[in-house]
Design a protein around this ligand. Sequence first.
Ligand code: ADP
Ligand code: MG
Length: 258
Amino acid sequence: MSGAATGPVIQAQDVHKSFGSLEVLKGIDLTVDRGEVVCLLGASGSGKSTFLRCVNHLETVDRGFILVDGQLIGSDLVQGRLQQARPPVVAERKSRIGMVFQQFNLFGHMTVLENVILAPMRVKKESRAVAVERGVRLLERVGLGAKRDSYPSHLSGGQQQRVAIARALAMEPTLMLFDEPTSALDPELVGEVLDVMRDLAASGMTMVVVTHEMGFARHVASTAVFLSEGRIIEQGPPEKVIGAPTHERTRSFLGKVL
Ligand code: ADP
Ligand code: MG
């Protein structure tokens, strides 16, 4: 990434992605500006996860392109031709994108703090002292300073997900992607995770959030995007997309989740 703090954080244009004969993304155009919080809504199977996975290069797109901070993740334009970027370059670019999954994916044999400092030490070659200092600060930020030496299995799902958020933030990402971060949680634990995400949004982080939490989408998102069968069929301020949807499929979906 250029590190230049100008221009959109994500520019996706005409993104197509198929798995075998199944076309999952059928031409996605989406721009996410710095500091924007985009909530990606849509029925199961509409392609939300696939799109997020294309943004952080867990999947490669078949057609179209996605720029993050003005750059392709996996390749470079050299004298007008696309050239595959070297693996360390790709890794560095990917490290600027934090991702939080439905399943927290913490390392069970490591303490909370060890989970948070692992990537900065391994990928960024940070010293343990530097990584620990930031790690402790981030754990305090998500309300888990006292749990630094606990193991994930001793934490509630909500606490584990907050650790996962701190772990993603430890790489100092310019973009955070959330894929249904509260869907695996007991209802009483959803709020504490959404609160952390709300604080993160308020701090100016650029976020793309796949969620069925319509309260969060309404109150925190700057833009709501509704995906149906691999296409964006509705997009705009959440009060409009969620409050007064124009498309029948959006209305039908909202009727089920609200
Ligand atoms: P969503 O997150 O909106 O529920 P997904 O992006 O996970 O939707 O999936 C969209 C469609 O793509 C689904 O039909 C799913 O089964 C299919 N799909 C996703 N990933 C793969 C894969 N790696 N291989 C084959 N099919 C996949
Ligand atoms: Mg999904």
